[in-house]
Write a protein that binds this ligand. Structure first.
Ligand SMILES: NC(=O)c1ccc[n+]([C@@H]2O[C@H](COP(=O)([O-])OP(=O)(O)OC[C@H]3O[C@@H](n4cnc5c(N)ncnc54)[C@H](OP(=O)(O)O)[C@@H]3O)[C@@H](O)[C@H]2O)c1
Length: 276
């Protein structure tokens, strides 16, 4: 900024630029820049995990490790990635395998871990196959805990990082059609709170995202409105950039959280009618 003239001619005096406050606020809002980050996503063979892998790559992530359980899915991902030269590296990763999970600690520093892998059983918790309920906990809850135990130490050491887990708004109020699934997601949501308590002051942000129905294999039989994987992935990336705490994803999820504030008993009664 030119402020005046001296005897020897014009003098240039640098003054702080007069930034508009809203512009500064916008800059502050975007806390986690995903560009150049190294990301690991579990359950990226299909559905939301796959969409997230491509969304991170399109958003400028340096490297995206896309976890898949089967060799055929890994090969398919490799050829899809090669076709568009995306920085996505498929890796073998079953979140119930200690060996697979521990191997992720040797990939180098991971800035953002996304616990996306999930399975869902249906039915009356008193009648359904008990093994299904055990498997849900093993993948949806213990899988995320295993991954956090493998990767959080490096984040703590570096003093930065993010752990994002994909739950559901029905972790807050049980949808009895998928009763034990919701219970496993409630455990995941609670784990996120605990991790936040232990990691918050170490520079590691912990977030559990809560969508409702997404158009994937998991919801194939459900005749209800569904969000696209692209919409949900975009929303999750927005919340990662903003370092939100446990956001609902989509209008229905927002409505559920709102209903819980206004009339929790009424909401539980209404959703409780949706049974197997
Ligand atoms: N779809 C919905 O309506 C909805 C709503 C709210 C939240 N969510 C959550 O969103 C996440 C993604 O689900 P989605 O809808 O994309 O379901 P999906 O299409 O059924 O995909 C599930 C993914 O999880 C993987 N997976 C399952 N067990 C695994 C294990 N032991 N180790 C590693 N990966 C495993 C699957 O791998 P394979 O291909 O090898 O089976 C697949 O990649 C889940 O956590 C789900 O609970 C879904």
């Amino acid at each position: 900024m030119i402020t005046g003239a001296s005897a020897s001619g014009w003098s240039l005096v640098l003054k702080p630029l007069d930034f508009d406050q809203r512009f500064i606020d916008d800059l502050i809002t975007f806390l986690m820049d995903i560009r150049d980050r190294r990301v690991l996503i579990t359950g990226a063979s299909r559905g939301l995990g796959r969409a997230l892998a491509f969304a991170f790559a399109a958003g400028g992530a340096r490297e995206v490790f896309a976890g898949a359980r089967n060799a055929a899915d890994i090969e398919k991902l490799k050829s899809d990635v090669a076709a568009i030269s995306a920085p996505i590296t498929p890796i073998k990763l079953d979140v119930t395998s200690e060996d697979d999970v521990n191997a992720t600690a040797n990939l180098g520093f991971i800035d953002i871990l996304v616990n996306n892998a999930g399975i869902a059983g249906y039915g009356d918790p008193l009648q359904m196959n008990f093994e299904t309920a055990v498997r849900e906990m093993n993948v949806n809850y213990f899988g995320a805990l295993r991954m956090a135990r493998a990767l959080a130490p490096q984040m703590i050491e570096r003093g930065e990082g993010m752990i994002v887990s994909v739950a559901t708004a029905f972790a807050k109020v049980n949808l009895p059609l998928v009763a034990t699934y919701c219970a496993s997601k409630a455990a995941l949501l609670s784990l996120g709170q605990a991790l936040r308590a232990y990691l918050g002051d170490k520079g590691v942000h912990v977030m559990t995202v809560m969508p409702t129905t997404i158009d994937t294999d998991m919801s194939k039989g459900a005749d209800v409105p569904k969000m696209t994987t692209e919409f949900v992935a975009t929303e999750i990336l927005r919340h990662i950039r903003e370092e939100t705490i446990d956001p609902p994803i989509g209008e229905e999820a927002e409505g559920i959280l709102d209903g819980l504030l206004k009339d929790p008993a009424g909401l539980e009664k209404m959703i409780g009618q949706i049974r197997a």
